[in-house]
Write a protein that binds this ligand. Structure first.
Ligand code: DGT
Ligand code: CA
Ligand code: CA
Ligand code: ZN
Length: 584
């Protein structure tokens, strides 16, 4: 049974191919709109398919409805199949190149007669792309840079994507006969913001391994088996993600888990510590050394858990998120633990958009969703007026929005909820560093998130001046997604994050951890600096839909990796504590 997501993807594929095939633009856009409608449906699209009433949905006409019925019935859509035959395969990949739209793709393809990514790269380098009318030197350089990005990172995916695949796979493998222990390892267990491949580790007796691997390679997600051995198998999913499954003896599980969790650098440090204590640590376990300094496999050191292994090396347990070689071995030699924020600590949702700007849900829908998810406050932060592309609010609209929020708060209180919607704004930081409304208006918001959305490529010095002005502005409480990066897509702005953290602390401004899986900045790599400076943050989902609120989980993962405890995350405050914080 196709999911909403799957059908939306098919429709979007048609949209992309139509553009490349030079079809009528409005016909193509209709598919994109239909994809959006289905993506944001709150109930399964199958219900509409079964009732044959898809056309009841906004933006879905008779012909697209037929396409969807066809897909649900026989797994194919004639118009899609035709398009696939018409459009050279390589060109579809070009759509991933940011800054290269379908019109130019078709132009380059027709005029230079190329379809491959490498050919495109060469023709960007040798000036052929630049010589085409309407493209030029600058475009060629931009395309080249994007290709380099793609080739460098195309094999990686977002934490969120890997997390969802691993969740499904883990739940499935857990049920298999003989699985005694199971854990996700690798960069995913360490909660890196992007993931190369997904590593899963199982503890099972050797005679159970065949059956478990059989189940693994036959899972629905698998489109290709990359390798199958006695202790390890690898597969690829439809989206091109690789999953490695390793099976070890149950008694080896803790050492193997530590080894395959990494990071490699953390492992190197651990092995050195073992050697210094006349022991040897590897993926099979912890062993004594022989007189000649060789691993003595006949003399294993007893352990039952990762904790035990750390303890044998005179360390306290290092949470997986922190195993990145920033000095964690030194830290956990001295400290018993580091207190880290948890998902259950989060009390409120700060940084959310509504239909007043570019969000897909109304404030009331967002608020009720927050209530249902157990939160006790919501800080609505639509875009400010300069962000016209995102439906930024005029001064007049701000006033109207406030009236709506006050009414909603009264209504929720009357229903007996102890829940508050706060009047926030995500104000653009303009290129000179000023905020987007007059000071008198800014002061009246409950809080202001100041964010940069344009002019992201300024030189370092002017960028820092711009940030300073925004941070020192008395209305600014939070600096939003500070680097402007989009993971795997767009580089961070040039900035001196250490300086930014110092300024933020001096002016009692938070630096957000934006929980949108594409952003996840403040980057965890600044965690030590942030902790030592006492920087505070709030974990903001930057939600544009009800579902987007749940991205908070990824923000919490990054906050933990960035060494944040509960106290330094403002949206762990209770409603009354948060209100108090707003008043300071
Ligand atoms: P990724 O997949 O690129 O996001 O990053 P990881 O860390 O998951 O790397 P991966 O999948 O190549 O290997 C998983 C873990 O296995 C890695 O974090 C540490 C361990 N490991 C793999 N190869 C080596 C190695 O050559 N030396 C050491 N010390 N550890 C290794
Ligand atoms: Ca990996
Ligand atoms: Ca791997
Ligand atoms: Zn923003």
């Amino acid at each position: 049974m196709p999911t909403n997501q799957e059908i939306a993807e098919k429709l979007r594929e048609i949209y992309n191919l139509m553009q490349l095939a030079g079809e009528n633009r409005f016909r193509a856009i209709a598919f994109d709109r239909a994809a959006q409608t289905i993506e944001s449906l709150n109930n399964p699209v199958m219900e509409y398919i079964e009732n044959r009433n898809l056309t009841d949905l906004k933006g879905i006409g008779k012909s697209i409805a037929e396409d969807i019925y066809s897909y649900a019935e026989n797994g194919s859509i004639p118009v899609l199949d035709n398009l696939k035959e018409k459009v050279p395969k390589g060109l579809i990949e070009w759509l991933n190149i940011s800054g290269l739209g379908p019109k130019n793709i078709v132009k380059i393809h027709k005029e230079l007669g190329i379809t491959g990514m490498d050919e495109l790269k060469t023709t960007c380098e040798d000036g052929r792309v630049a010589s085409l009318s309407g493209l030029g030197d600058k475009s060629a350089k931009k395309i080249l840079k994007s290709i380099e990005w793609l080739q460098q990172f195309g094999e990686r995916c977002l934490l969120s994507e890997a997390f969802e695949i691993a969740d499904v796979m883990k739940a499935y493998l857990e049920e298999q006969d003989g699985v005694e222990q199971i854990e996700v390892a690798g960069s995913l267990r360490r909660r890196k913001e992007t993931i190369g491949d997904i590593d899963i580790l199982v503890g099972a007796e050797a005679d159970k391994a065949i059956g478990i691997f059989d189940a693994f390679v036959n899972h629905d997600l698998v489109v290709e088996v990359l390798g199958r051995g006695e202790t390890k198998s690898s597969i690829r999913t439809g989206e091109g993600r690789q999953v490695d499954l390793r099976i070890v003896q149950p008694n080896q599980f803790p050492a193997a888990l530590m080894y395959f969790t990494g990071s490699k650098e953390h492992n190197v440090g651990m092995r050195q510590r073992a050697r210094a204590r006349k022991m040897s640590l590897n993926e099979y376990g912890l062993f004594k050394l022989t007189k000649d300094g060789e691993t003595d496999f006949d003399q294993p050191v007893d352990y039952k858990s990762e904790e035990d292994i750390y303890q044998k090396l005179d360390l306290h347990f290092v949470p997986p998120e922190l195993r990145e070689n920033w000095g964690e071995l030194g830290y956990f030699e001295e400290h018993e633990s580091m207190s880290l924020v948890e998902m259950d600590d989060i009390q409120g949702v700060i940084h959310a958009h509504s239909t007043w700007s570019d969000g897909k849900n109304t404030i009331e829908q967002m608020a009720r969703a927050c209530l249902a998810k157990g939160y006790s406050y919501l800080g609505i932060t639509d875009h400010s007026k300069t962000a016209a592309y995102a439906g930024g609010l005029t001064i007049d609209e701000v006033q109207k929005q406030w009236t709506e929020i006050e009414e909603l708060n009264r209504m929720l209180a009357n229903e007996g909820h102890s829940f508050t919607i706060f009047k926030g704004i995500e104000s653009d930081i303009l290129s000179d560093g000023s905020l987007d409304y007059p000071d008198e208006l800014l002061e009246q918001f409950d809080f202001v998130i100041a964010s940069i959305h344009s002019g992201l490529e300024m030189p370092l010095k002017s960028m820092m001046e711009r940030f300073y002005k925004a941070i020192e502005h008395p209305a600014t409480r939070i600096l939003g997604h500070p680097t402007g990066r989009l993971l795997l897509r767009r580089d961070a702005s040039k900035l001196d994050m250490n300086q930014l953290i110092d300024w933020a602390v001096q002016h009692d401004t938070l630096i957000e951890i934006n929980a949108n899986p594409w952003r996840l900045d403040l980057d965890w790599r600044h965690g030590t600096k942030a902790r030592e400076s006492g920087l505070k943050t709030c974990i903001g989902p930057d939600a544009h839909t009800i579902d987007g609120i749940d991205d908070i989980r990824y923000g919490v993962m990054i906050a933990r990796k960035g060494q944040f405890n509960k106290e330094r995350v403002i949206n762990t405050y209770t409603l009354s504590e948060f209100r108090k914080w707003l008043d300071t």
